[in-house]
Design a protein around this ligand. Structure first.
Ligand code: ADP
Length: 692
């Protein structure tokens, strides 16, 4: 395992250091039990150039993008060399634009494309010894043959931007005629009143914002693989953006742990070989596609990197894995000839994308795309020693300076580099955007973020209101909406109490906690006040996994309070739904919280959030004001156990003594807009800012 890997690393690289910021290994993924396999990186290192996958056919062509450039120049030199040309800034937006508009044929027009093509042909010729078929055509054929519905959509998606953007002009004229209709209608059937505004709304729909194409690149996405909020966002935001006239392609690793039912639906779109490490070795890159609900998902396939049971294991394996993924994602876009206006990257796992784009891919079709990097959690940055990351990434020396990748004396920080090279940085709430520029929340990148604050924005997350719909949720014993929530939530509470072995009594105040069990989530506060919270009228239900200290603490409280406290030390989607529906309140007392989704889901399910005023919690939960009877939940500001207890007691007081006001808040929360609609519009506006 890691130790073995490390040993190999040391042989291959100069030196490696101890893991710096271990990623959330605590986060559990779906069904698969951790199968713990050979550390991908280690394998990779020891193998020369063995793709180990099936069809190497496509390689020749695809190899063009990254490997292409190399060939054209120094021949024997590894990737790291060419960037010597230094292209810190993304130029040629013009060339890009034209690329983005015309999918296939016009590859001929751009000089860049021509160069690429020629080189590709040369490469292909050379590779002909091994490869027999012209790979470039495979994707198209494959797409049409096996995937009737699925595979054909992508090609439409590619072309849509051009058409739609141009069509919007003539369409804009139609509303004029329509706007006159309402007047006539209003005069004829006089009595109907409410009908009038409807036609007025139509012209708004006609004014579709300009079409933009966006490639999402990230390490997880519900329902394929999810360890936390990032997975929810990668699923819901693309869907919401498709309502904002965006073509979205989501690029993900094809982890082995993705459920078989999705694996089976993926369609092979092609494959190629790509160099990666500084020694220029090649790796297999397969592209498997799945189209669902208007969104195209492209999975980067490579068994050596993605065969582990969990998406995240340890940095020794994870950093080379995501170096590979970031570079392969860009190469795949070139390979598919799908050149987006904007590439939207997520967290440190995709933070090298903006850097690769402006260096090794600068002369390729995708090189002119604009980049946005979203910080979902600044705590995880992808830090390792410079020599090691230099080797793994194949990036040139000049990038390892203090303004880009270098941190401290000897470390490289992928997130830091991505922030420097991205055209725009966003994070998942406005408050967090400000907080991360301070020493307390900045995770040692506050100065760097202040320096780049001109391109930093905060946009609060939403939730997928179809996925989280208490009226249609098949996982609930009793569905409900705002009109019958007060009664139906009691049924859900009883069912929850029964299934968890709690005393069945709808009069009890049930507090839920659904969370990764880490110190980020304010669990020190919770565990320290548990005895005061459990007062005979209150029940506590915990769902989560993570640090063993917290797991044990909650197990202890369950054992000493049987029937009153239930510690579900597990990751269970169904149970999460049942707690959201059956609890009266949900605790989110985080030390820091970039956005937080659980409080949004809770409100949507009529469960009152009790939160600390930080990050997205502050932006989404308006504190209850008993004088005006307004607000959505109970809040406290400083990170103190006493203040959390006070907030819980205020909630209990309202629940037990002013039930009418409590019930009104339940309804108010359920009617609050927590969807992606507004936020997707804001993202779209930023895409337009990047690519007017
Ligand atoms: P984070 O991304 O920091 O973990 P968020 O609040 O942004 O926190 O997102 C957490 C997501 O993960 C929510 O969808 C929540 O319901 C889900 N979740 C967290 N823990 C569990 C668990 N143990 N079982 C099921 N779902 C969970």
């Amino acid at each position: 395992m890691p130790g073995q890997t490390m040993r190999r690393m040391k042989m291959a690289v100069k030196k490696s250091e101890p893991v710096k910021d271990q990623k959330q290994a605590e986060s559990v993924v779906i069904e698969k039990a951790p199968e713990e396999k050979k550390p991908a990186a280690a394998k990779t290192m020891t193998k020369p150039a063995a793709p180990k996958e099936k069809k190497p056919a496509a390689k020749a062509v695809a190899a063009k993008e990254p490997a292409m450039e190399k060939k054209a120049e120094p021949e024997s030199k590894p990737a790291a060399k060419k960037p010597a040309v230094k292209k810190p800034t993304a130029k040629k937006p013009a060339a890009k634009k034209s690329n983005a508009k015309k999918p296939a044929e016009d590859a001929v027009k751009t000089s860049v494309s021509e160069t690429v093509k020629e080189a590709a042909e040369e490469t292909a010729k050379e590779a002909d010894k091994v490869v027999v078929q012209p790979v470039a055509e495979e994707p198209a054929q494959t797409a049409e043959e096996p995937a009737p519905v699925v595979a054909e959509e992508p090609s439409e998606v590619q072309e849509a931007p051009v058409v739609a953007a141009e069509e919007s002009v003539p369409v804009a004229e139609e509303p004029a005629a329509e706007t006159e209709e309402p007047v006539q209608v209003a005069e004829e059937p006089a009595p109907v009143v409410v009908e009038e505004p409807v036609p007025v709304a139509e012209p708004e729909e006609e004014k579709l914002p300009p079409r933009r194409s966006v490639a999402f690149i990230g390490s997880e996405c519900y329902p394929f693989v999810k360890t936390g909020g990032l997975g929810d966002v990668m699923f819901a935001l693309p869907k919401a953006l498709s309502q904002q006239n965006c073509d979205v392609k989501v690029i993900l690793p094809r982890y082995k742990c993705i459920p078989q039912k999705y694996q089976e639906k993926m369609v092979y779109r092609g494959a190629f070989m790509m160099d990666l490490f500084a020694d220029g070795r090649s790796f297999y890159v397969g592209i498997m596609e799945y189209v669902w609900d208007g969104v195209v998902y492209d999975f980067i396939d490579n068994e050596e990197f993605f065969s582990s049971g969990n998406p995240y294991t340890n940095l020794v394996d994870d950093i080379p894995k995501y170096c590979f993924f970031s570079k392969a994602a860009l190469a795949a876009l070139n390979y598919l000839n799908w050149i987006p206006d904007v590439i939207h990257c997520h967290d440190w796992q995709a933070a090298l994308v903006p850097i690769y784009l402006k260096t090794l891919f600068a002369g390729t079709p995708v090189g002119g795309a604009k980049t946005m990097l979203t910080i979902h959690n600044l705590r995880f940055q992808g830090i390792y020693s410079i020599p090691t990351i230099k080797y793994w990434s194949g990036l040139p020396d000049y990038l390892f300076n203090i303004d880009v990748l270098k941190q401290g004396h000897n470390d490289a920080n992928l997130m830091k580099g991505g922030l420097a090279y991205a055209d725009m940085i966003t994070t998942v709430s406005n408050t967090y955007a400000g907080e991360i520029q301070t020493d307390f929340y900045g995770e040692k990148l506050d100065a760097h973020l202040r320096h780049h604050s001109w391109k930093l924005r905060g946009i609060v997350n939403g939730i997928d209101v179809e996925q989280w719909d208490s009226a249609k949720d098949p996982l609930l014993p009793a569905g409900y909406d705002a009109s019958n929530a007060v009664e139906k939530k009691k049924e859900n509470k009883r069912a929850l109490q029964e299934s968890l072995g709690l005393e069945q009594n709808e009069g009890k105040f049930v507090i839920g906690l659904i969370s990764r069990l880490t110190n980020q989530k304010g669990l020190d506060l919770v565990t320290s006040i548990m005895p005061q919270v459990i007062d005979g009228n209150t029940q506590v239900v915990v769902l989560g996994t993570g640090d063993s200290w917290y797991e044990d603490a909650f197990r202890y409280y369950e054992n000493s309070n049987k029937g009153t406290v239930c510690a579900n030390i597990m990751y269970d989607e169904g149970r999460a739904h049942q707690i959201y529906a059956g609890a009266d309140a949900l605790l989110v007392p985080s030390l820091f919280e970039p956005c937080g989704l659980t409080q949004l889901i809770a409100m949507r399910y009529g469960t009152i959030p009790i939160v600390r005023e930080t990050g997205g919690l502050k932006d989404t939960v308006q504190p209850y004001n008993k004088f005006t009877n307004e607000g959505n939940g109970f809040t406290f500001d400083r990170y103190e156990a006493g203040l959390l207890l006070d907030a819980i007691n205020r909630a209990k007081e309202l629940y037990f003594t002013e039930r009418k006001q409590w019930d009104e808040m339940v309804v108010r929360d359920m009617e609050k807009d927590v969807s992606w609609d507004q936020s997707a519009k804001q993202y779209k506006a930023l895409y337009l800012e990047l690519r007017p």
